[in-house]
Each structure stands twice: as structure tokens, then as C-alpha cells.
Design a protein around this ligand. Structure first.
Ligand SMILES: [Zn+2]
Ligand SMILES: [Zn+2]
Length: 163
């Protein structure tokens, strides 16, 4: 979703439903996410402010038992963007203008990219398909959510007497 902010007069607000399929590129495997929510874009004096609340159904893999499951990510957006072509690299020291996000010279605000970056950060480092997932046996690979194996007592406080 891209919004041409030239269509907005200063003080004007655009509200739009957001519904998109996004691919989140984290450190590991890409995560597919179906995002939906609502955004509002306010035209301010020097730029635009993007706010909204987005939820996404993301395809995650449980970090303990490797089960594929759908997790819900939710993010709140509140980002300001300045209008213009952005700072020109002049080789000088960084100034305040270098830390501002800019809407490019085409005046297109790439809402999808902002949402994608926020959701990417919201992907848990170690997703769990349920909070009490017991995981897989590190010895024989048995799924401890479904069965017990002879190694089940070697993990946990009771099993550490052999250390
Ligand atoms: Zn699990
Ligand atoms: Zn085992």
C-alpha cells in the first residue's frame, strides 16, 4: 500500500483499511504474514504522521517442538516522515536531519514497508506454539507433548543429580 501524500492538504487526515500479505525477512527463514488493521495518515506542517494498529497472522515454527503454527503479531505504528528528497550526502558530520525518515521525491509513502519493518521486529526470537510446549527429546527426538521416553527424567531439576 502506497499513499501519495500530495493528495493530503495540511491538517487533513486519511484513514484506510490495511490488508496485505507480507513476507518478513528476519535472521532466519522468511516469515509469511497476513496483516490487517487500520492506518491513519495525518498531514502535518512539515510532513506526515502515520499511525495505526496492525495485527498479522504469521506462519511460525515452534522453537521447541518444530511444529508449524499460526501466531498473532500485533504492532502499533506511530511514525513521522518529512517531505522532500532527504539529506544530501555531503561527507560531513551527521546532523539531526540524518535521523529523520523521508518521504521520497515521488511523495509516495510506502505504508506496506513501514508495517513490514514493524512486524519483522515483532516476530518472537523463539516462538512457542503454546506457552507450556514440552519440546522434543534431545536424545531420541520424541515429541514430549505427545509421548514420554526413557530420557524424560534426564531434563529438569530432578535429572541433574548426575552432574
Ligand atoms: Zn511446540
Ligand atoms: Zn528420548
Amino acid at each position: 500500500m502506497r499513499v501519495d501524500v500530495r493528495d493530503l492538504a495540511p491538517g487533513e487526515t486519511l484513514r484506510a483499511a490495511f490488508e496485505e500479505h507480507l513476507t518478513l525477512h528476519g535472521d532466519g527463514q522468511p516469515t509469511e504474514a497476513q496483516a490487517h488493521g487500520e492506518v491513519r495518515i495525518d498531514r502535518t506542517g512539515q510532513g506526515v504522521r502515520l499511525r495505526g494498529r496492525i495485527e498479522a497472522q504469521a506462519d511460525l515454527v515452534c522453537s521447541r517442538c518444530l511444529l508449524d503454527f499460526t501466531g498473532t503479531l500485533s504492532v502499533d505504528l506511530d511514525e513521522g516522515f518529512a517531505l522532500g528528497s532527504g539529506p544530501q550526502p555531503d561527507g560531513g558530520e551527521l546532523g539531526p536531519q540524518d535521523f529523520v525518515q523521508w518521504v521520497g521525491p515521488d511523495h509516495q509513502l510506502d505504508v506496506s514497508e513501514v508495517v513490514r519493518q514493524h512486524l519483522q521486529i515483532a516476530v518472537p526470537m523463539a516462538p512457542l506454539h503454546r506457552p507450556d510446549c514440552r519440546g522434543l527429546c534431545p536424545v531420541c527426538g520424541a515429541n514430549w507433548n505427545e509421548q514420554r521416553c526413557e530420557h524424560v527424567s534426564s531434563r529438569g531439576p530432578q535429572g541433574r543429580s548426575d552432574l
